[in-house]
Design a protein around this ligand. Structure first.
Ligand code: FAD
Length: 381
């Protein structure tokens, strides 16, 4: 590595690894740091599976981004020779007027995406693993599936290194400061200079922006694996699409078929605040029991032996949309906190967007939903 990098990246998880890959592939001098050695289990990008879906219920403006992500995941698979995405189809389930169903339908219709609206009886015939209340419906979409997050991060990092990125693991960054038009980044090993900085520190993002007091909330989430009690073939990847389900009580649950290690599911709306440096990673019996009840009610044949549970971190914004923007006072610095529990699927395209923002100051995608200003405003209000 020459004395001065083109771009320093702080945090080499889902977003940082992808940014390192895209920048290095363009021939840029990349210097990346991570406090641990990704892929690891201490941040937001572990647990074997992440949903990818196209009829995006959160907002139709995510659809062009996820479509570019599909293309880039396929390119990454071709370049690496690895399988990263398994297509299972997807079900967005709930009452006909629920946000999950209405949001998926709006995106599907606006972007002319293939989809079907199934009632409970039609779904029982097609995917008998789900026990839908009679008044629930499901939006089925064919391209949804599951990404392997550890393999995606490792592949981005391996290929970034092959394209010349200098990646330093177990190397925490202590602070950064503007240095003329560029930046100076300090670690225990010294101070490193670059023209641009990408901050993609996941659950630790707040610690780099103490002065901005960003309204980011880190929460502890748990995911649970069960062995099907009956009819295991109903939970195989070809019979049991990935799903997001707004349950009758108002909670949202998401889950995956049995890829050989059990049926996995988690609750999306739990709000247990966490300090990323002091996370209780034990999953208590109360949470195990809560999830067993949900399985028993809505996925009864899957509610067999409890296999295991894991802890992971969300970094949430007040409106649930991402933070992807240049720093309002230091435009040489790009901030990336694309989480709120739904960022992984986009990580490869967000890497491309971060590279564009760092090098050109702009992106061809509409990033209006992800602006820093709206977070600063929401803090003030
Ligand atoms: C349980 C769970 C389920 C989810 N399900 C889905 C899903 O189905 N689909 C989906 O699309 N998304 C999902 N998400 C969201 C998705 O996983 C996140 O949006 C994504 O992982 C965030 O990536 P990141 O790069 O911001 O964070 P991370 O991948 O955690 O990377 C941040 C990195 O920064 C490093 N770092 C922090 N501080 C420093 C420092 N001082 N110096 C150097 N390095 C530092 C950390 O070590 C870490 O490696 C889920 C998240 C969780 C927790």
């Amino acid at each position: 590595m020459a004395d001065r990098a083109d771009v320093i990246i702080v945090g080499l998880g889902a977003m940082g690894s992808a940014a390192a890959y895209h920048l290095a592939k363009r021939g840029r001098r990349v210097l990346g740091f991570d406090r641990f050695h990704p892929p690891h289990t201490l941040g937001s990008s572990h647990g074997g599976t992440r949903i990818i879906r196209e009829a995006y219920m959160e907002d139709p403006s995510y659809v062009p981004l996820v479509q570019r992500a599909y293309d880039l995941w396929a390119e990454l698979e071709a370049e690496s020779g690895k399988t990263l995405l398994t297509q299972t189809g997807g079900l967005m389930i709930g009452a006909p007027d629920s946000d999950v169903v209405l949001g998926a339908l709006e995106s599907a219709r606006l972007h002319d995406l293939p989809h079907e609206l199934l009632d409970a009886a039609a779904l029982r015939g097609r995917a008998p693993g789900y026990a839908l209340p009679e008044d629930h419906v499901a939006v089925w979409e064919p391209r949804a599936g599951a990404l392997d997050p550890e393999a995606c991060v490792a592949t981005h990092l391996d290929l970034a290194a092959q394209h010349g990125a200098d990646l330093r693991f177990d190397h925490p960054v202590e602070r950064w400061r503007p240095d003329g038009d560029g930046v100076a980044v300090t670690t225990a090993q010294g101070t490193f200079l670059a023209d641009r900085l990408i901050l993609s520190a996941g659950a630790w993002t707040g610690s780099f922006h103490a002065k901005l007091e960003l309204p980011l909330r880190v929460t502890r989430q748990t995911v649970h694996w069960y062995k099907p009690a009956r009819n295991p073939e109903h939970f195989a990847p070809d019979r049991f699409p990935i799903f997001v389900w707004r349950l009758p009580g108002g909670q949202a649950i998401y889950g995956f078929p049995d890829f050989g290690d059990g049926v996995k599911a988690g609750l999306h709306d739990t709000l247990e605040d966490a300090d990323p440096d002091n996370v209780d990673r034990e999953v208590g019996q109360d949470l195990v029991d809560q999830m067993r009840d949900v399985f028993a009610r809505y996925l009864p044949d899957a509610a067999g032996e409890f296999l295991r549970a894991e802890t992971c971190l969300y970094t949430r914004t007040p409106d649930g949309h991402f933070l992807i923007d240049r720093h309002h006072r230091h435009p040489q610095v790009v901030l990336a906190s694309p989480c709120s529990g739904h960022g992984f699927k986009f990580s490869t395209v967000i890497g491309e967007v971060l590279a564009d923002l760092a090098l050109d100051g702009d992106s061809r995608f509409d990033l209006g939903l992800f602006s820093l200003q709206r977070l600063l405003r929401s803090k003030a209000s």
